[in-house]
Design a protein around this ligand. Sequence first.
Ligand SMILES: O=[N+]([O-])c1ccc(O[C@@H]2O[C@@H](CO)[C@H](O)[C@H](S[C@@H]3O[C@H](CO)[C@@H](O)[C@H](O)[C@H]3O)[C@@H]2O)cc1
Length: 616
Amino acid sequence: SKEGGGARYKDPTRPLNARIDDLLGRMTLAEKIGQMSQIEREKATPDVINKYFIGSVLSGGGSVPAANAPPEAWVKMVNDMQGGALSTRLGIPMLYGIDAVHGHGSVYKATIFPHNIGLGCTRDPELVKRIGAAVALEVRATGIPYIFAPCVAVCRDPRWGRCYESFSEHPELVQNMTSIISGFQGEIPAGGRKGVPFVASGGRRNVAACAKHYVGDGGTAGGINANDTVATFHELLSLHMPPYYNAVIRGVATVMVSYSSFNGVKMHANHFLVTDFLKKRLRFRGFVISDYQGLDFITTPEHADYLLSIKLGILAGIDMVMIPFNYTEFIDDLTLLVQNGTIPMSRIDDAVRRILRVKFTMGLFENPYADTSLAGELGKQEHRDLAREAVRKSLVLLKNGKPGDKPLLPLPKKAYGGSILVAGSHADDLGSQCGGWTITWQGFTGNNNLTAGTTILDGIKRAIEPAGTDVVYAGNPDADFVQRNKARFDYAIVVVGEPPYAETFGDNSNLTIPAPGPDVIRNVCGSIRCVVVIVSGRQLVVEPYLDAIDALVAAWLPGTEGQGVADVLFGDYGFTGKLSRTWFRSVEQLPMNVGDAHYDPLFPFGFGLETQPSKF
Ligand SMILES: O=[N+]([O-])c1ccc(O[C@@H]2O[C@@H](CO)[C@H](O)[C@H](S[C@@H]3O[C@H](CO)[C@@H](O)[C@H](O)[C@H]3O)[C@@H]2O)cc1
């Protein structure tokens, strides 16, 4: 019968392809196009999902059921939507997706891990896999089974606003960090088929992942977001493609297409790279999803010719469209294009087959509803301890003592004179130490209880006040304050850096430390032995201040567990981090990456001084 009923596709003992064939054979064009449609949470009522057979829903950056929503509220929201999907004729479950750039970033009191640029500096794929597994549990705690992560961009220019989402400028380091996919989805069992979508569906403690943004997102001209990556095919294959080999082998369930272009051809309209290369040459068997309004941006201005955009995107090989708002227009236009023969049914069937393969593989048909049994996983101490370990291992020590001086780090917990100075805006700013994609798309500044965490200053106080050291904090001390007080302090810790940003808002062509950071460095380090800690999404201009600085630490964007910084500053652990990116002298040198013929860095790729844990 054409109805769902006791149909073969509902029988989990049936072979995967038999279930797909049975279900596909029953589907109308409207049901097929519904599966290819992903809409935004705020549009996704159970009625809309039911009426249009919607196959997927997403939370865009910051799109939450309510401010500070607890896991239970997320689970209820997802399950209400799922009820709309399961009440359709064939009862195909919908797939809810969300970004998890550095942990379950949209969710109140989730553990926020260091951004990928810092994880690359750990050189620890096992650690990163453990992080993936922890993030999967925190995402499942809210009833969500699919994340738009990891970003496997190979960022070749730090002027790009998304460079912190990239593990490294070096493709091999990014390839190694694809271990996070096995954390998110679960490890393919020994002897299990590689290169096909895999999500450990048994325990429901894993999520479907998404390698993004295919391909060359990190190689755009001048690091301009969503711009043109001009390169030979060989350069594309040797610099930007390698992480996708690893992602496919690890069974990544989905791949997201990049807004960027390759030699002037929009990736969202690139049949050769999406279909001929990814699907045929690499034999990727999961589904390809567009980026948010990615079809609209095929044309300039965006959405200028939506019929054309849909034709080009779907024929290029995109299987699911992150619409996300104008879903009736999308559905009507795609229906028209199929009915008038512009898009063959075979292309639609390929897309739906891939989507169904992921949904069957991850057990979504057997477990369509979430429950609150994992609510305790959200932000639990074990995950915060893991994040703290990642912070420790991500820190890179770039300088430790002026020429002729003895090393300044590790610092003594007991200050000889009894007091130390902590200065700089970023010492006491949870939002800034987390960076973009935290609670909101662009992130936030300050500590205003938007989530739970430990600032770098809190961590310093907890580390040394018990030893009897008095910590004096001054966010922006002027020269007068320093002159009047310098004799009080054994040393100073200066924490400065960038404000939070995401995507185009982070595109930056000067990469200077934002004011008043340079003044704080000059005022403090000119009079007191100082450790400068830079909190940023990438390398910044530091050469002008280097001589005045006694010790220099790159902390990147550590996330909620700021105590990890103090752990290493005061010697509970040694510095082990190595640069995942070349630290330039000036922006005029950019782009400049390890392996370039002309390579004149301030600190080279792989650089990082080490210290031993201190006894006392
Ligand atoms: O082409 N272009 O020039 C362009 C510029 C701005 C856009 O604007 C758009 O609007 C934003 C408003 O929410 C969206 O977040 C996306 S970002 C997008 O969102 C996904 C879902 O959150 C993430 O998984 C992806 O990794 C991320 O790239 C985009 O920036 C769109 C396109």
